[in-house]
Write a protein that binds this ligand. Structure first.
Ligand SMILES: NC(=O)c1ccc[n+]([C@@H]2O[C@H](COP(=O)([O-])OP(=O)(O)OC[C@H]3O[C@@H](n4cnc5c(N)ncnc54)[C@H](OP(=O)(O)O)[C@@H]3O)[C@@H](O)[C@H]2O)c1
Length: 257
């Protein structure tokens, strides 16, 4: 495979669009998620439109040994990963005390542990080869506490922190780490997170293709962070640090309810 990219959560939303961005540059791709039909459909599209090699890998990344198994499979196939898109993730709209532990624990396993382990598995090879591009999909949720999505916001705060610290550690090695922090995006995310149809989060988002395009360009340029809209950048970087935290949380709580 040529300039292979590994994309988790490629069966829908931002990951699917990232796969298209990668393939349209003539780069081969390994796509991972649980839904085989969606992955196979995407693989056929990418092969036909861009003439690239696509490897489909169907896996629940929260399963024990899943990330090591993926790494071992790629090693055995002789597939070198130059681009890692740590993108799979999910949220959950509920009071923390009322959320099932199984949901909380799977969210931490996917949004935190899988992201960390994949980074840990693929980074040494990239450093040894002196080239690598990593894009971790976080969220603007990572910049504040999020009542009614407490665990989700906390997982994304972790991804922001980890990504930036590792980006600093690999400075000058030929490897870059970029963290993507989108606001709402029109994907299956809000539906799966349990938001009601009339929630402020629904129907207001950016298109996954526009977010993926911006993210891919930022990753190629080795940027540290990408927030997908200027208005959001102003709010997150300019306004948020000036506001009392209790006020921010009451606004977030209203938006999530
Ligand atoms: N949409 C938004 O408003 C928004 C905003 C900011 C950040 N984000 C972040 O963007 C990333 C992508 O989400 P999206 O918006 O594109 O939502 P999405 O359409 O629901 O896509 C999520 C992807 O993750 C995969 N996935 C979920 N659980 C998995 C598991 N256990 N094992 C393997 N793959 C799994 C899903 O595939 P399968 O179900 O087939 O496994 C799907 O491909 C997430 O990290 C999310 O937190 C989204």
């Amino acid at each position: 495979m040529r300039a292979a990219g590994l994309i988790t959560g490629a069966s829908s939303g931002i990951g699917r669009s990232l796969a298209r961005e990668h393939a349209r540059r003539g780069r081969d791709v390994v796509i991972v998620a649980r839904r085989e039909d969606e992955l196979e459909e995407l693989a056929s599209e990418l092969r036909e439109r861009y003439g690239v090699t696509v490897q489909v890998y169907v896996k629940d990344l929260t399963e024990a040994g899943a990330r090591q198994g993926l790494f071992d499979f790629l090693e055995a196939e002789g597939i070198e990963i130059d681009y890692l898109f740590n993108n799979a993730g999910f949220g959950g709209n509920a009071r923390f005390s009322e959320q099932d532990w199984s949901t909380v624990s799977a969210m931490i396993e996917l949004n935190v542990t899988a992201v960390t382990e994949l980074l840990h598995l693929f980074l040494p090879g990239m450093k040894a080869r002196g080239r690598g591009w990593i894009l971790n999909t976080s969220s603007t949720a990572g910049f504040m506490p999020g009542p009614l999505q407490a665990v989700y916001f906390a997982t994304k705060a972790y991804v922001n922190s980890l990504s930036k610290a590792v980006a600093s550690e690999v400075d000058g090695t030929g490897v870059s780490v970029t963290v993507l922090c989108p606001g709402p995006v029109e994907t299956e995310f809000a539906d799966r997170a349990g938001f009601a149809e009339d929630n402020a989060m629904m129907g207001q988002g950016a298109s996954p293709s526009s977010v993926a395009r911006q993210a891919y360009t930022a990753m190629e340029a080795g940027r540290l962070e990408v927030i997908n809209e200027l208005g959001l950048q102003v709010v997150i970087k300019g306004l948020l640090p000036l506001l009392p935290e209790r006020l921010v949380m009451s606004v977030i709580k209203r938006m999530q309810s």
